[in-house]
Design a protein around this ligand. Sequence first.
Ligand SMILES: [Fe+2]
Length: 186
Amino acid sequence: MTTRNQAFTILQQHIHDRFLINHHLSSEIVMRAFAKHWKEDEELWGICGLLHDLDWEYTKANPSEHTKKAAEILRAEGVEEEIIHAVQAHHPTASGVWPSNIMEECLYTTEELTGLIIACALVQPDKKLASVSEQSVLKKLKNLNFAKGVNRDIVGRAPEVLGMSMEDIIKISLKAMQDISNELGL
Ligand SMILES: [Fe+2]
């Protein structure tokens, strides 16, 4: 299987913006945390998170192409179809591929949540993830004027598709991101 190092090398060839690298690292660590929680394959889940927006710098002006270019790149790199399918399923409106298993649902819903958690950190006086509480993330999730780019419909389906309360989903995600706060510079 594609190793984490190989995946990170591919990511760095196509994503150069530091904020975007952080978004991928956040998604990776959150996916790892959920895989660990359910005793699933942490490497596989983590790599899906690490690669999911691989083509964003090429497709941001044309979101209807998002994940299509990523699939091409990953296929050329010999990355497993299971990973490519998960990458495509996190943006079904462009790819036409919908999440079809718990790993794909987890990627689809939690990568959106990581954006909200980072926005919550950035409004803290010290801009640190350590200052963010689960309750504040939950509150800001309900405040539609906060971090308007975060799609509440996608985050909102998480409890049903993951079979877990929103409080627990936020708890696991926030803790995972806090664990790599130095790496994220937050
Ligand atoms: Fe993303």
